[in-house]
Design a protein around this ligand. Structure first.
Ligand SMILES: *Cc1c(COP(=O)(O)O)cnc(C)c1O
Length: 218
């Protein structure tokens, strides 16, 4: 299958309201062009600022692209990331969130934000634990001067069974409901699901799936 066929197959498996984001960290310029020209995908994600700085000038004519940042974000790169990306999925601590909101306000750079949460304990992953997120909710709520906190993002540990994936994604969906119900933060987006687990994520209410290998691996 080529990119067009793989994307068509993925769309046939997911509901219409789910936004398919192409993760292009392993894709060269030509593959991104093919995706843009031959599919309806307009949302593209990178996990490194530098990759978008390199790729953007070569993709200037693809003027509908929305870039999503999905990598670990260092505080000193926050302003530049705000300049280059419409969405940041990987805000993983309160100090960083506060900094992003302040920089967005000072520089008039609107951005949609997802809070990265660990569905399961995982020492190798960044993100709020559920307990910590609930504890800091009042402070998180204040960080909406110029940014929109719109979603939760999660990355599951490797090696889970399908049942375990469903349980973990459901935990995040329930967390979103409880945040929206008890605070001034309105979580309407769930950024969950990668190539290895997007079917389970969609079954649990994902609204954005982030796919790399499923689109770009032969
Ligand atoms: C690489 C990456 C993806 C895509 O992973 P695939 O397994 O290639 O679909 C999704 N989300 C994040 C945060 C990533 O770094």
């Amino acid at each position: 299958m080529n990119i067009t066929e793989r994307v068509a197959k993925i769309y046939s498996e997911i509901p219409e309201n789910v936004r398919l984001i192409a993760v292009t960290k392993e894709a060269d310029i030509d593959k991104i062009r093919q995706t843009y020209q031959n599919t309806v995908i307009r949302d593209y994600a990178e996990n490194k600022l530098q990759s978008v700085l390199n790729k953007k000038p070569l993709l200037k004519d693809l003027d509908q692209i929305r870039w999503h940042f999905i990598g670990h974000l260092q505080a000193n790169k926050a302003k530049k990331v705000l300049e280059e990306f419409k969405w940041i999925h990987s805000v993983d601590n309160l100090a960083l969130l506060q900094r992003i909101d302040r920089l967005a306000l000072e520089n008039k750079l609107p951005c949609s934000i997802c809070l990265q949460v660990k569905a399961l304990p995982d020492p190798n992953k960044f993100g709020w634990t559920i307990e910590k997120l609930m504890e800091e909710l009042k402070e998180i709520e204040k960080c909406q001067q110029f940014i929109s906190i719109r979603g939760l993002m999660t990355i599951l540990p490797l090696g889970l069974t399908s049942e375990e994936k469903i349980a973990a994604f459901s935990t995040i969906r329930n967390l979103a409901k409880s945040i929206t119900g008890t605070s001034g933060v309105n979580i309407e987006e769930l950024s969950m699901g990668m190539s290895g687990d997007y079917r389970e994520a969609v079954a649990c209410g994902a609204t954005m799936i982030r796919l790399g290998r499923a689109i770009y691996s032969d």
